[in-house]
Design a protein around this ligand. Structure first.
Ligand SMILES: [Zn+2]
Length: 195
């Protein structure tokens, strides 16, 4: 399957710039109010594919289909093929068995530093294990992003706190993971940037 070129399967650089502009009220009223609204928002922000080409070379048709995740997805229109594909194919959300509305709310909370287990459990209803897995997953994605696109932090008069962690034991093995390695993280409190 091929996805449209505007599609970004790893959303870490994208999600921050998108979420920065959104208030909690807007999130609940305009984005995660129901699955259809959420899917439309994800597509318009390049976080879900807006077009899929089947392996047979035919552009797939989006629609509502029973028996697939979210009840929506893609189907090949070639009569001899008729393959189905999930709405989530190739995306950050592929393989997760959690409603998209909850995952978007989690991403918002996480990106806005609302990350305590108690807060996430109360607002999402997730168990401690699920919360830990997803937090680790996002932490690994950030580390990967930093390794691929290093950015300088700090500067004259800035204090940078350094931490070290070993990455590479992702429970949710979506996407490419660099081999297990040490990553040094730094937080610049003045710039409010952490890497
Ligand atoms: Zn096909």
């Amino acid at each position: 399957m091929a996805v449209a070129s505007s599609f970004q399967p790893l959303l870490i650089p994208t999600i921050f710039s998108v979420i920065e502009e959104i208030t909690l009220k807007q999130l609940f009223q305009n984005i995660t109010i129901d699955e259809d609204t959420c899917i439309a928002w994800l597509k318009s922000n390049g976080l879900l594919a807006t077009g899929i080409m089947c392996k047979c070379g035919i552009i797939m048709r989006s629609g509502t289909f029973s028996g697939i995740a979210d009840g929506k997805g893609w189907r090949c229109t070639e009569k001899s093929c008729k393959k189905f594909a999930s709405m989530r194919i190739g995306s950050f959300f592929e393989g997760a068995h959690i409603p998209l509305t909850e995952l978007v709310e989690f991403l918002y909370f996480w990106a806005d530093n609302l990350q305590t287990t108690a807060f996430l459990h109360k607002n999402l209803g997730w168990g401690e294990h699920t919360i830990t897995d997803w937090k680790n997953f996002l932490r690994d994605l950030c580390a990967e992003e930093f390794l691929v696109n290093p950015q300088p932090i700090g500067g004259p008069g800035h204090i940078v706190e350094i931490d070290e962690s070993k990455f590479g034991h992702r429970r949710y093995s979506r996407g490419r993971m660099l081999s297990s390695q040490w990553v040094f993280g730094g937080i610049d409190r003045r710039q409010k940037i952490s890497l």
